[in-house]
Design a protein around this ligand. Sequence first.
Ligand SMILES: C[S@@+](CC[C@H](N)C(=O)[O-])C[C@H]1O[C@@H](n2cnc3c(N)ncnc32)[C@H](O)[C@@H]1O
Length: 248
Amino acid sequence: MSDRSSTGGYDPSGIDLDAWTKLEEQLEQSIPHYDKVNRWMTFGQDKVWRRNVRNHAEEGMKILEVGCGPGSFAEDLVGLDVTCLDPSAEMLRVAKKRVDSARKSRGEKPAKYVEAIAESIPLPDDTFDRVFCLFSFRDFQDKKKGLEEIFRVLKPGGQVVICDAGKANWFHGLAGRIWMATVVQLIARIITKEKDHPWKGLARTYSHYGTNGYYRKVMREVGFEDVQGRLLLPFGMSSRFRAFKPKR
Ligand SMILES: C[S@@+](CC[C@H](N)C(=O)[O-])C[C@H]1O[C@@H](n2cnc3c(N)ncnc32)[C@H](O)[C@@H]1O
């Protein structure tokens, strides 16, 4: 991962391919304990944040989740036409089992699954009413390119909602890095019972991640309108961005 720039806690140039490939390996290793570590490190708030994002969808809408991981969010998308995208075949395998079994129990058709990165989405323009991105935006190699692709596949008037770690400014970022380097490491070690657990590497994506203000600016540059990005409680541990593709 490239060094943080001196511009307040972000590196606009993104993550290099070697660092990203290593990150993907660590994310796959995290699958067996992923939900449990998340629950503990956020004091159970991840459930509240997921519900917050889910509430932006209305029945029958076409939804794309970018970076679906093991399906922790997509399994609870009810009454919607869902497409799950992730670059990891292993994540998609786990997500498919989990999401389709939840959908089957509700009498819904299976979701669709796409193996791809956000920066190159192999789907047509103007397709989705909503694009959701939970705790995956931070992992994109090139966040601006990912946002451009999300913009392209959204229908005119469609909305993107992104939820990820919070970073208001340099000082808040420092507090977040201390949290990631101490409490999160301890929780991951206790839950995984492993000294070399994947959260050792995963914490690094936060150091590299930009501030809310920086990504709001990038979203406007991409063409989104009504761009909002704010910290969520408690302690601004996470942030939520919302923005619309203009109606034609
Ligand atoms: C921490 S998991 C998030 C899982 C899930 N969305 C959730 O709600 O917990 C991050 C996911 O982002 C995916 N990812 C990493 N880089 C990506 C990229 N460039 N484009 C799309 N997804 C990416 C990873 O493979 C991983 O499955």
